[in-house]
Design a protein around this ligand. Structure first.
Ligand SMILES: [Zn+2]
Length: 192
């Protein structure tokens, strides 16, 4: 017997997900909440329950064992959890359902992303301009632009691959350098 489909797994967890605040029609990683813009959202306002369930088969999430297979975890929907590849890679190999769920609760795509960003900021030698970078990252317009770019990259690869953080920071690096140049030329104009 093979693994159950993602829609079967979703169907088992529906009520749990509802309590957690995850929208059935807007699929995301059950741990970190990562999503793919609205690419996998149910766009049909009157979608049937069956259509909403089936839709989860299309989402680039992985079927992850809660109790690890090596500890005799089964392939039943009750022991499977849909997560993004990053969360699947990092998830604990455990005998404990409780430990697994505690771990998933602590995942936050945006926070993890920011931590990674800070690491790369150091790589690009921007640690003394973190405040400035935070302002850029906190700027809604720029954040939207970043999300758009992420969406594009993820959409190009149905497996849920993501733009690397270093790519992201090198883009910020370019943005900052551009701003620096503007400042210099503006100062030049003011002097003239
Ligand atoms: Zn995730």
């Amino acid at each position: 017997m093979g693994m159950p489909s993602k829609s079967k797994i979703f169907e088992y967890w529906m009520n749990w997900l509802d309590k957690k605040g995850i929208d059935w029609g807007e699929p995301c990683c059950w741990a970190c909440g990562r999503f793919w813009e609205d690419k996998y959202d149910i766009k049909k306002p009157r979608a049937t329950r069956e259509e909403i369930i089936k839709n989860w088969d299309n989402v680039p999430l992985q079927r992850c064992h809660i109790v690890a297979k090596q500890f005799d975890g089964t392939d039943e929907p009750s022991n499977l959890f849909l997560m993004c590849r990053d969360c699947h890679d990092k998830a604990p190999n455990t005998r404990s359902v409780e430990a697994f769920l505690i771990w998933t609760e602590k995942q936050n795509w945006y926070e993890n992303f920011r931590d990674e960003v800070m690491k790369e900021i150091k790589n690009f030698g921007f640690e003394d301009r973190v405040e400035e970078l935070n302002e850029i990252i906190a700027n809604k317009e720029i954040k939207d632009k970043i999300s758009e770019n992420l969406g594009v990259h993820m959409n190009q690869n149905g497996k849920g691959a993501q733009i690397t953080i270093s790519t992201y920071i090198s883009a910020l690096y370019g943005y900052l350098k551009e701003q620096d140049k503007l400042k210099v030329s503006q100062e030049g104009n003011n002097l003239a």
